[in-house]
Structures are given as structure tokens and as C-alpha cells.
Ligand binder design. Structure first.
Ligand code: ATP
Length: 185
């Protein structure tokens, strides 16, 4: 956002650990999509957002997701560790990129919010082991997520609170529609 009236990260009510990560990344101000999306997502609104490539969409969903999870852990009743956030992406490469970005933003709160990419190249057994630890956020392609749901290595029904469908147009054009439906309905 080039406008001097832009709402800076420091005025979004973010956890200082997230602000520190943003500073370390050298981001002095939010991009337009971040400025618009983050406050609404923090209010708990459902969003459908569209912006050109490279406009910072990953952080636009990752920052509020991390903030909401941190806030819940800091202020809510103590609840069992569970997968509360799911990020669906169309390809393994995008899963890697999304996880890497989320992980960078979670650098200073990695103990409180754990993020796992189930589409990483490891075998299914290693992924099951990761899922047994109940990471707070799981990133993956629909086919991989569905396969873990079917094997019961991933359970979302009673715990999922935050869902991101990243690159939704690609996800649908890759023919994931049926998998997405079985996942989400
Ligand atoms: N507020 C910001 N200030 C400066 N750089 C930023 C900011 N937010 C994100 N970036 C950087 O912009 C680049 C693009 O971000 P990102 O990959 O999230 O964009 P995207 O919109 O998701 O792109 P794509 O559609 O290709 O996935 C990354 O290198 C990221 O580190």
C-alpha cells in the first residue's frame, strides 16, 4: 500500500512475536491485500480475496491465522492440542512455499504454534508421525489431506477452526473438485 494512511502492521493488534518476525523480514508496511484482509480476518469474517501474483497473499492469511491461534492459546481455556488450521494448496511446491512463509512468520512463536506440511516429500509413515503430534496448522494438497483423513492419521471434524483454500482457481482447475468436496462437506 503506497498510501500514507495505510494501516501499519503495528496498528493491527498483532502479537509482538509476529511483529518481530515481520520486521525481520524487512516488511515496513502491509501490501494492499494484507491491509484489507488482515483486520477482517481478525474479526473472524470469512473472506474471498483476489490479488495478483506476488502481492503477499500468503501472509495476508498466515498473519491472522497465527494471531488467532496465539490469542486463543494465551487467553482461552486450556484445550487439548489439535489441528485448528488447514491450508489447502494445489501443488507440493506451493505447499512448500506456504509452509516456509508461515514458518518464517512463526519464528518467535514456534513453540506455541506448530506448522506441518504433509505434502513434503517424506513417506506417508513420517507424515503420520508428524500428524500424531497434532500440529496447530497443517498445509497440504487435497489428495494428501484426504488420504490422511481416510487413514485416520488426521482428524479435523471437532477441531478445525480456520480454513484457507489458497490458489482456489488453480485448485479447482486441477480437478481437485471432488476431493475438495469430500474434504469440506
Ligand atoms: N508487506 C510486505 N512487504 C514486503 N514484502 C512482502 C510483504 N508481504 C509479502 N512480501 C513478499 O512478497 C513476496 C510475495 O509474497 P507471496 O508469495 O505471499 O505472494 P502471493 O500473492 O501469495 O504470490 P503467489 O500468487 O505467486 O502465490 C514474498 O517474497 C514475500 O516475502
Amino acid at each position: 500500500m503506497e498510501d500514507s494512511e495505510a494501516l501499519g502492521f503495528e496498528h493491527m493488534g498483532l502479537d509482538p512475536r509476529l511483529l518481530q518476525a515481520v520486521t525481520d523480514l524487512g516488511w515496513s508496511r502491509p501490501t494492499l491485500i494484507q491491509e484489507k484482509a488482515i483486520p477482517l480476518a481478525l474479526e473472524g469474517k470469512d473472506l474471498l480475496a483476489r490479488a495478483r501474483t506476488g502481492s503477499g497473499k500468503t501472509a495476508a492469511y498466515a498473519i491472522p491465522m497465527l494471531q488467532l491461534l496465539l490469542h486463543r492459546k494465551a487467553t482461552g481455556p486450556v484445550v487439548e492440542q489439535a489441528v485448528r488450521g488447514l491450508v489447502l494448496v494445489p501443488t507440493k511446491e506451493l505447499a512448500r512455499q506456504a509452509q516456509s512463509m508461515i514458518q518464517q512468520l512463526a519464528t518467535y512463536c514456534a513453540r506455541d504454534v506448530r506448522v506441518a506440511n504433509v505434502s513434503a516429500a517424506e513417506d506417508s509413515a513420517s507424515q503420520r508421525a508428524v500428524l500424531m503430534e497434532k500440529p496447530d496448522v497443517v498445509v497440504g494438497t487435497p489428495s494428501r489431506i484426504l488420504s490422511h483423513l481416510q487413514q485416520d492419521s488426521l482428524k479435523l471434524r471437532d477441531s478445525l477452526e480456520l480454513l484457507v483454500v489458497d490458489e482456489a482457481d488453480l485448485l479447482f482447475s486441477f480437478g481437485f473438485e471432488e476431493e475438495l468436496k469430500s474434504l469440506l462437506w
